[in-house]
Design a protein around this ligand. Structure first.
Ligand code: VTB
Length: 336
């Protein structure tokens, strides 16, 4: 096959519905990024997050969809907007939504790199309603897909990934969240000679980065949020990469909670098939500069955003560089 002109089959549950194209959702992450980037370095993570949430919700509300939030800002009694179970849109394409309006609220508060606005659109039943707790994750790109095992010793995993990339372990860049719970793992990776990039926050960004060639990152590993894991699973599916994950409850109450989701076996390895069985689109817009996406840049009468639109329906991955004009005609020339 030399083109991708043959349309992907209509996902189950969407038969007879008008399919809203992926790029129509671009405003959702672009507007969230534009709103929250005003808060870069202001030391106020809540304001940055609130701005992203408001903007994202407003954009979703205007879309011709009947979209149920599966992964959002929290349960209904905790979050007034984008809460789990909220139905968004003016009515139309039934879909499931997973959002992180601002992945990396502290990054924005401090003006650090790697914050994004991100959302997943899945067909009905397409996104797992994961209970919000810790999750151990191993994320790689297409080169290492099907070759790694989260239950294997780290030495074996790095050895395998190095071979997949035709290099030595010491040439790899392993991305890890900078947390005390990772101290042992970090020492082990150091002992094996691999390079490590410790990040303060943002493991969705880090996992996507590990799955895109040219970013310099080869693998993300460690314990982060489970809801971020669901979004990561959808993104890696679109990028041809792989996530392996295990729930990581921190106490008996969380272990109990897992039972209600049928996830009490914490040795069970979750894959994209569990976490995001029917993703359609994943969109992300940079808020602050990262290896994968540039952050928002403002100028006197406009702003510029950089996004990735991963679309399993049209089988495309688009990098979108958008100039947003705040006046009807630009006051200055458009720059390449
Ligand atoms: C990670 C990180 C997120 O939560 O998932 C992390 O990617 C896990 O929680 O950006 P801890 O902060 O408790 O380690 C975030 O930092 C978002 O809160």
């Amino acid at each position: 096959m030399t083109t991708n002109d043959v349309p992907a089959p209509v996902p189950a549950g969407l038969e007879g519905h008008e399919i809203v194209p992926a790029t129509d959702f671009l405003r959702v992450t672009e507007q969230a990024a534009l709103a929250s980037a005003r808060w870069v370095g202001q030391g106020d993570r809540h304001a940055a997050d609130g701005a992203a949430v408001d903007a994202m919700r407003a954009e979703f509300s205007a879309m011709p969809i009947t979209g149920e939030v599966i992964i959002g800002e929290g349960e209904k009694d905790e979050a007034p907007e984008l809460y789990v179970g909220e139905v968004l849109g003016t009515g139309g394409m039934p879909c499931e939504i997973a959002v992180d309006p601002l992945e990396g609220t502290d990054l924005v508060a401090r003006g650090d790199a790697g914050a994004i606005a991100v959302c997943v659109i899945g067909a009905p039943g397409g996104v797992m309603a994961a209970p919000d707790m810790y999750m151990q994750k191993l994320c790689v790109g297409a080169n290492a897909k099907g070759r790694v095992d989260i239950a294997a010793p780290i030495a074996d995993t790095l050895d395998t990934i190095a071979r997949c990339y035709d290099r030595r372990v010491r040439d790899l860049s392993v991305v890890v969240l900078d947390r005390p719970r990772h101290e042992e793992m970090i020492e082990e990776i150091r002992g094996l000679g691999a390079r490590i990039k410790l990040i303060p926050d943002g493991d969705i960004t880090a996992s996507m980065s590990a799955a895109v060639r040219g970013t310099g990152d080869h693998v993300y590993m460690g314990i982060g949020g489970s809801t971020e894991g669901v979004i990561t699973a959808a993104a890696l599916e679109c990028l041809g990469g792989e996530i392996q994950a295990r729930m990581w409850p921190k106490d008996d109450a969380q272990r109990e909670r897992l039972k209600a989701f049928g996830l009490e076996d914490t040795e069970r390895v979750l894959t994209a098939r569990d976490l995001a069985p029917q993703p359609m689109y994943v969109l992300a817009t940079g808020v602050t500069d990262g290896h994968l996406l540039k952050g928002v840049r403002y100028f006197s009468d406009g702003a510029r955003t950089h996004s990735i639109v991963m679309d399993l329906q049209s089988r495309t991955v688009r990098f979108v560089d958008t100039i947003h004009m705040f006046s009807r005609t630009p006051l200055r020339e458009i720059r390449l």
